[in-house]
Design a binder for this molecule. Structure first.
Ligand code: SF4
Length: 499
């Protein structure tokens, strides 16, 4: 019998997702490609730090950079009457090494707490707890309790540094312990997989659930399915249909017989545009736009939604605007640009809303691209600032959603199944390429840029650069809407006033 492979808890969970993913992580990690999970990792670290902050006397025992020291530190902590709370205590049994986010020692019994950045307990968190409990038990430290600590999104931060109430616990003790044999079975099966040749696993829903697998390009290439130019997966909200089509041998939308698309107008339109290479534009879009009153405002918010609230009166994951862009178009064709960007570390919401109210007037159409987001921001701000509420809510009543109009009336083959403004804009105004912008080219980068601007140690020059990039990015989003409305209406492009 060959020596077993040393696994971590995350490897076991990867193996639960797909045995091939685990095998590749151990034997072929060089074929992985970036899945862009950095933001999720950063949020996880921020939440973990907040959870530790609630135990001022806790001791950090483990580090992923030095596992032997982590094990030694944990042994020493277990053998002495040290602090009652430990972070990243590290245990090993049956060739599986786990780090526990928080371990509390009460009357010489260990209470295990796993901290998650989500607001509810997911199935894979339950698997995670089962593996933790199994390894601790096999290591001779059966936990007295096992719980998963998630964010309570009803928590409202008072701005006083007190985060008591940010989390809520779900007790999984009974379930985690009852699944010990199950966890042992996963580990044994995974050792068998790792000792063998690369497993043959068909791609499917598991490739993105619960995590985006880093080996998707490798598996696609291996199946000889170079990504189809118009893969059937681009059909919106049609994962089941896409799987059925693939099972019948159709990987490219252009090859799918029309009768297999269930009479869905959008799917048929996408198929036709992909086959002919020609955009579809329904004249009904022009008729809808003709009804929109003047002046016309094109509004876009950028916001952050911190898992751990930063400012008084805010909840976890609440959408908090720090920037807006507003193009104002008048019936004579003139176009003016207004904007706001908060660059100070204090709460950005109120000044952002006050400046917006001063700029947006009381009459006229307000175009947005995805009213769900802009509307939720306005309602959230109305709830937070009752004295501004009536005027903020009135803005939403003037909304016309260009995303909705685009979805119903426009499709270009280059959109490849995406109606995001970044996918639509190059098909109507290629000169406004987001790739030509600075460091900020999408919403995630905008959030990072803002957080860097307000971070205490950011040099003034860097702050100025990021602010300029943010201004250009947000302005482009609203200018894109202007262009879109212009093309849909079939009219001339308005003049752009110098900024
Ligand atoms: S891409 Fe899918 S099939 Fe391939 S290793 Fe990842 S999860 Fe498994």
């Amino acid at each position: 019998m060959s020596k077993p492979f040393r696994l971590s808890k995350s490897k076991v969970i990867a193996g639960r997702q797909c045995p091939k993913r685990l095998w590749l992580q151990i034997h072929r990690k060089e074929v992985a490609t970036d899945t862009g999970n950095e933001v999720a990792l950063a949020v996880g670290h921020e939440v973990g730090a907040a959870a530790q902050y609630l135990y001022p006397g806790g001791r950090l025992l483990g580090s992923h950079d030095d596992l032997p020291a982590s094990l030694d530190n944990t042994r020493a902590w277990l053998d002495t009457r040290g602090p009652a709370v430990a972070f990243e205590a590290t245990f090993e049994a049956d060739s599986v090494l786990v780090m526990a986010d928080i371990v509390e020692r009460r009357r010489n019994r260990l209470h295990l707490v796993e901290v998650k950045a989500s607001t509810s307990v997911k199935d894979y968190h339950r698997d995670d707890a089962a593996v933790q409990a199994h390894v601790l038990t096999r290591a001779g430290h059966e936990p007295a309790s096992v719980s998963v600590r998630v964010i309570d999104n009803q928590f409202i931060y008072r701005g006083d540094g007190d985060y008591n109430g940010l989390f809520r616990d779900e007790d999984l003790t009974r379930e985690a312990k009852a699944r010990g044999n199950e966890a042992a079975g996963w580990i044994a099966m995974q050792q068998g997989v790792l000792a063998g040749a690369e497993p043959q696993v068909a791609m499917g829903a598991q490739c993105n659930t619960p995590y985006a697998c880093e080996f998707q390009d490798y598996c696609l290439a291996q199946c000889g399915v170079a990504r189809a130019e118009f893969p059937v997966e681009i059909l919106p909200r049609a994962g089941k249909l896409a799987n059925e089509l693939k099972a019948q041998g159709y990987t490219d939308l252009r090859d799918v017989p029309a009768k297999l698309l269930g009479g869905n107008t959008v799917f048929l339109r996408m198929r036709e545009a992909s086959k002919t290479g020609k955009a579809f534009l329904d004249p009904a879009a022009a008729a809808e736009l003709a009804n929109a009153g003047w002046p016309r405002y094109y509004l876009d918010f950028e916001g952050v939604n911190p898992a751990v609230p930063r400012w008084a009166g805010t909840r976890p994951y609440q959408a908090l605007p720090f920037q807006w862009s507003l193009h104002i178009q008048r019936a004579d064709g003139s176009l003016e640009h207004r904007a706001y960007l908060h660059t100070a570390p204090d709460a950005p919401m109120r000044p952002a809303m006050e400046h917006l109210l001063a700029a947006i007037g009381k009459r006229g159409t307000v175009f947005v691209y995805n009213r769900a987001y802009e509307g939720s921001v306005l309602r959230g701000m109305a709830a937070m600032f009752p004295d501004l509420a009536e005027r903020l809510v009135a803005i939403e009543k003037r909304f016309v959603d260009l995303l909705d109009i685009t979805r119903r009336h426009y499709y270009h083959p280059d959109m490849k199944g995406s109606w995001s403004i970044k996918a639509v804009l190059p098909t109507i105004a290629p000169e406004l390429d987001y790739a030509n912008l600075g460091e900020v080219q999408e919403g995630g980068a905008a959030q990072q840029a803002f957080l860097e601007i307000i971070a205490p140690g950011t040099p003034a020059e860097r702050r100025a650069q990021l602010a300029a990039d943010l201004e250009r990015y947000c302005a482009q989003d609203t200018l894109a809407m202007v262009k879109l409305a212009e093309v849909f209406a079939g009219g001339k492009r308005p003049k752009v006033a110098a900024r």
